[in-house]
Design a protein around this ligand. Structure first.
Ligand SMILES: NC(=O)c1ccc[n+]([C@@H]2O[C@H](COP(=O)([O-])OP(=O)(O)OC[C@H]3O[C@@H](n4cnc5c(N)ncnc54)[C@H](OP(=O)(O)O)[C@@H]3O)[C@@H](O)[C@H]2O)c1
Length: 293
């Protein structure tokens, strides 16, 4: 009895939709879901990469359906849900995970880049969960909706203001949706990964016109995790629903402390601002071929 309660809800036979499933957290979640007995619709732009993840899902005995789509395109949410209903007959779980980072000071970020970031991270995720909620409510059998936010939804960092704002907006809307949909048996959760070893940093650097692109060198080892860790936490949340999915209690508690005592965070950020200024100056000097000081 105790073991059954710890295991939580049985997921076998459920149908999930995962966006951003061609790499990183989305791909790992699709495979973890399949291992938990869930069939998965995989969505992203790179079809070849989705096909490889589909093979991994099928290799553990579950069905996969691939939909190549840019989630920022209007109507992409209907396309995905229609595809799931056509292919599997229904859907139970939707994970709006597709997203990207931008590392640039806010005053240097132009309107077009800011809006493009929000189109993918925020508006596309909201459109998908909103339409999913309408269909699940009409079907009357409950369901589970998740959005991939970030630990940065709780505290912003220099150079990550636009990205953190998009993630805070995601968290905020999830919290309201959670209580709006509770009477209909539909669970909603936001996911708050810490630094995760995916293509995120390379993609973010490329978009931001920066060099590098691996996990930040200054990130402490304990604060870096593989995408499978997030995937397992998401599966656990489906079995035992909660409002927020975290994989680091230290970061979660630090975020709470920073919000309660902003002056502590200010002290830390002053040091970070100086470190970042030195790094940017070195990079600019390197780019110009000048000697470092
Ligand atoms: N990695 C981290 O440290 C970290 C930390 C906190 C939160 N997160 C969040 O985790 C989520 C997944 O990121 P990740 O770390 O797994 O990075 P990733 O490996 O770069 O994966 C991003 C996924 O999003 C998809 N995507 C991006 N733009 C898209 C678009 N316009 N249409 C459809 N799909 C799109 C990409 O697929 P295609 O390129 O094939 O379209 C890819 O599958 C993101 O929302 C990110 O903000 C990541």
């Amino acid at each position: 009895m105790t073991t059954l309660m710890a295991m939580g809800k049985i997921l076998t036979g459920q149908i999930a939709i995962v966006t951003g499933a061609s790499s990183g957290i989305g791909a790992a979640t699709a495979v973890a879901l399949a291992r938990a007995g869930v069939d998965v619709l995989l969505a992203a732009r790179r079809e070849d990469r989705l096909a490889a993840v589909a093979r991994a899902v099928e290799s553990v005995g579950r069905r996969a359906c691939v939909v190549a789509v840019d989630v920022a395109q209007p109507g992409s949410e209907r396309l995905l849900l229609d595809a799931a209903e056509r292919h599997f007959g229904r859907f139970d779980v939707v994970f709006a995970n597709a997203g990207y980072g931008l590392e640039r000071d806010v005053h240097l970020t132009d309107e077009r880049d800011l809006r493009a970031l929000f189109e993918v991270n925020f508006f596309a995720s909201v459109a998908l969960l909103r339409e999913s909620a309408r269909r699940l409510r009409a079907a009357g059998r409950g369901g589970h909706l998740l959005m991939c936010s970030s630990c940065l939804s709780k505290f912003s960092l220099p150079g990550h203001g636009a990205y953190a704002a998009s993630k805070a907006a995601q968290e905020s809307i999830c919290r309201a949706m959670r209580f709006e949909l509770l009477p209909y048996g539909i669970e909603v959760a936001s996911v708050h990964p810490i630094t995760t070893t995916t293509e995120f940093f390379a993609e973010s650097a490329a978009r931001s016109g920066l060099r590098g692109g691996t996990v930040p060198e200054h990130a402490p080892r304990w604060a870096v995790q593989p995408p499978e860790r997030v995937a397992d936490a998401i599966v656990d949340c489906l079995r035992n629903p909660r409002s927020e999915v975290w994989t680091s209690e230290i970061v979660r508690l630090s975020a709470a402390l920073f919000n309660a005592c902003p002056w502590i965070f200010d002290l830390i950020l002053r040091r970070e601002a100086r470190r970042r200024a030195r790094q940017l100056a070195h990079e600019a000097a390197d780019a110009a071929g000048a000697p470092r000081h």
